[in-house]
Design a protein around this ligand. Structure first.
Ligand SMILES: [Fe+2]
Ligand SMILES: [Fe+2]
Length: 270
């Protein structure tokens, strides 16, 4: 499907409408547009792998899980595995990303080790932060759907369309799983794990933004890259409608699903 260098949607490019954005040449805007798509795709691959890893660890050590919970966990992990394969394939086959030579998270073993350390200690910490990322997938699709009106228009919108169908089911499922397992898994462990997980997400956002900025503007000095990195990270979590709406969805789920220890864990939708 058509997804080549000539393709470009200004509104889906970070910092669109800002003074910084206006100062960029068209070439740079194109590059920025594609690097942000790469960041979203790689971010989803990373977190789907972490979710699957958390479920696998939880199942390995958990005792007395009822059949329904076990079946949900297996189905869930399998779906995340297929999603991450889909996004990896997307990046791999489109030369415009130069993914074989230039990755965002795929090579950052230190970040993955940190996440893995937290998840091994408290595998159930992946559920509620996971719901936030899944809400982001749903809202990201809504955001790009404004500009790609048909699912067949290109492989990016098609992939996100298929993905959000599963994710819309996963969001409430994560809350149900959380409620079913937190007492057995240990609430304190899960809460500390969730705090650590969310903190690592902030590090991932900063690292990913820095990588995007370095890829788009290799000629910038270190302080200038940091300045743009901060602008971009803020745009990703404060300006883009996908993230704003995702926070809203998670807040609504907290209200309707009333998760155990929900008051302590409400920082997840901040
Ligand atoms: Fe997924
Ligand atoms: Fe999911």
């Amino acid at each position: 499907m058509n997804f080549s260098t000539g393709h470009y949607i200004p509104e889906l490019t970070p910092l669109y409408g800002s003074r910084e954005f206006e100062s960029l040449s068209l070439d740079k805007r194109h590059k920025f547009f594609f690097e942000y798509i790469k960041l979203v795709a790689e971010g989803l691959v990373l977190f789907e792998q972490l979710l699957a890893f958390g479920i696998w660890h939880f199942r390995k050590n958990a005792k007395f899980l009822d059949e329904e919970v076990l079946a949900s966990l297996s189905q869930f992990a399998l779906e995340e595995h297929y999603h991450s394969q889909g996004f990896r394939h997307f990046l791999y086959v489109h030369d415009v990303f130069d993914w074989k030579n230039n990755k965002i998270y795929a090579d950052s073993s230190r970040l993955k080790k940190l996440f893995a350390f937290v998840i091994k200690k408290a595998p159930t910490c992946v559920f509620l932060p996971g719901a936030k990322l899944e809400a982001f997938s749903v809202c990201y699709y809504k955001m790009i759907k404004k500009y790609y009106t048909a699912e067949e228009m290109n492989s990016w919108v098609h992939l996100n369309y298929i993905h959000q169908i599963d994710e819309a089911f996963h969001i409430p499922l994560e809350f149900d799983l959380h409620n079913s397992v937190i007492s057995n898994a240990g609430p304190v462990k899960t809460i500390i794990g969730s705090i650590s997980f969310i903190l690592l997400l902030q590090i991932a956002l900063i690292q990913g933004s820095y990588k995007v900025i370095s890829n788009v503007f290799p000629e910038y000095s270190f302080p200038k890259r940091i300045f743009w990195m901060i602008k971009m990270a803020r745009w990703s979590v404060r300006t883009s409608s996908a993230y704003k709406e995702a926070r809203q969805i998670v807040r609504q789920q907290f209200n309707s699903k009333n998760p155990k220890w929900g008051k302590v864990l409400s920082f997840i939708y901040w």
